[in-house]
Design a protein around this ligand. Structure first.
Ligand code: SAM
Length: 427
């Protein structure tokens, strides 16, 4: 691999005797891994069902496994949200968040959702998770991943850190800043990034991270924690960034920090720091303004009585475009561009209620009145959009691979019409 001269000399200076081992690590292929999603299946059960060989467990991630499989992203279990493909070193943030208070969590730079879904797994549907991504296109992908993994307690926003800071002063118990960085630790996985590297770019990234951290700091409540991470080795973006933050913010203290190098850990490069805010308040902002629409709620209730074993509990809001959401308990007013507020239940068009794909993905088999269980082979046809023939009473049903939901179907006279979203279909 052709690495920039300046990069190499900086690394040599930093690593000293370890530099040859570091350089040697570029001869090995990048590590690949998956993280089992405990919102859907526990890791031991997944091991029994794994459709391709799983390697050893990732040391610093309870449900992380190394894999060699190249097509893990197109397996039906991936569609069912049983796992998330994640660079193994990036999973180390989970070690830092596992014991943090997580009633109110913000992931400020969240797309495509690796860290959001990791923390969501630890939250187990309790508390409020706000996943924000500045880039709207990337926020859509984030939202899809949250949906696929069946996360129920998450709102997805697309705003600048400054806008988030203005809305949520001293509100969150835990704030993740997985900052945009120069990506030195990912050169092996993303070689196209190598020509864009320069010392100038490192400095530009450091300045941007400083701004993001300033905004993030004000959103952490007294006693709360701030997790900062990057996938770069540059000290300006890592240790020095954090030292300079601590000098400006005596109300924070460093609890721990870790740096993973590809020659010392089985993964790519990553840095993470855990900070605690020792001084400050925990504020109560306004609650999310629930919009009740009596007709839409009636239509939903009629659908729900036929669809769920037990009615879902919680506050339902109806947006002006007809989309209805089941809100995370205690969700605050967001006041910024928002993609989702909890589980999308479906859409009311003024006449009928049509359930959403996200609803099916958030459910467990035992919660559905009609669940069509397919084999892995049959599931591929469903994911391609083909109809199914089944003896089932007419109405909406959840279709799944074995007991894991994949999407919706609607049974009419022995044929189940396929409602798997066109944009997500398997080719
Ligand atoms: N946390 C994500 C995960 O685990 O999947 C990865 C986040 S990625 C390292 C950094 C993100 O920050 C990108 O999605 C990028 O669009 C976003 N970003 C870029 N510029 C930003 C800015 N000025 N403020 C906030 N976020 C920014």
């Amino acid at each position: 691999m052709n690495l920039p001269e300046d990069f190499l000399s900086r690394m040599k200076e930093r690593l000293g005797d370890e530099f040859p081992a570091f350089l040697q690590s570029y001869e090995n292929p990048p590590q690949r891994a998956l993280r089992v999603n405990p919102l859907k299946i526990d890791a031991d059960e997944f091991v029994k069902r794994a459709p391709y060989p799983l390697g050893e467990r990732v040391k610093w991630a309870e449900s992380g496994f190394y894999i060699a499989e190249q097509k893990a992203g197109s397996d039906v279990y991936h569609y069912a949200g049983l796992y998330y493909l994640q660079e193994p070193s990036a999973m180390c943030v989970g070690e830092l968040t596992v014991n943090a208070k997580k009633e109110r969590v913000l992931d400020l730079c969240a797309a495509p959702g690796g860290k959001t879904t990791l923390v969501a797994a630890q939250m187990q549907g309790e508390g409020i998770l706000i996943a924000n991504e500045i880039d709207f296109g990337r926020a859509k992908i984030l939202s899809q991943n949250i949906e696929r993994l069946g996360v129920k307690n998450c709102a997805v926003t697309s705003a600048e850190p400054k806008q988030i800071a203005e809305r949520f002063s001293e509100y969150f118990d835990l704030v993740l800043v997985d900052a945009p960085c120069s990506g030195e630790g990912m050169f092996k996985k993303e070689p196209e990034a190598v020509p864009h590297w320069s010392v100038q770019n490192v400095k530009m990234c450091a300045a941007r991270q400083r701004d993001i951290l300033e905004q993030a700091a004000s959103t952490v409540c007294g006693g709360g924690e701030l997790m900062y991470s990057t996938c770069t080795f540059a000290e300006e973006e890592d240790e020095r960034q954090i030292r300079s933050f601590l000098e400006r913010h005596p109300e924070f203290q460093l609890v721990e920090e870790h740096k993973l190098y590809p020659h010392t850990a089985k993964g790519e490069g990553h840095y993470c720091a855990r900070l605690r805010k020792t001084d400050g308040e925990r504020r109560e902002p306004k609650r999310f303004p629930v919009t009740r629409n009596a007709q839409a709620n009636r239509a939903f209730k009629e659908f729900a009585e036929d669809f769920f074993v037990a009615m879902p509990q919680g506050e339902i809001t109806a947006r002006s475009d007809g989309r209805m959401y089941l809100l995370p308990n205690g969700l605050p007013a967001l006041g910024v561009r928002t993609l989702r507020t909890g589980v999308e239940l479906g859409e009311w068009d003024g006449r009928i209620f049509k359930p959403a794909h996200a609803l099916a993905m958030s459910m467990k088999r035992e919660e559905c009145k009609r669940f069509v269980s397919l084999s892995r082979e049959e599931s591929v046809n469903y994911l391609r959009g083909e109809p199914l023939e089944r003896k089932l009473e007419n109405g909406w049903c959840v279709v799944g691979v074995e007991e894991y939901p994949l999407g919706l179907g609607k049974c009419v006279n022995g044929v189940i019409k396929n409602h798997f979203p066109k944009g997500l279909r398997k080719r």
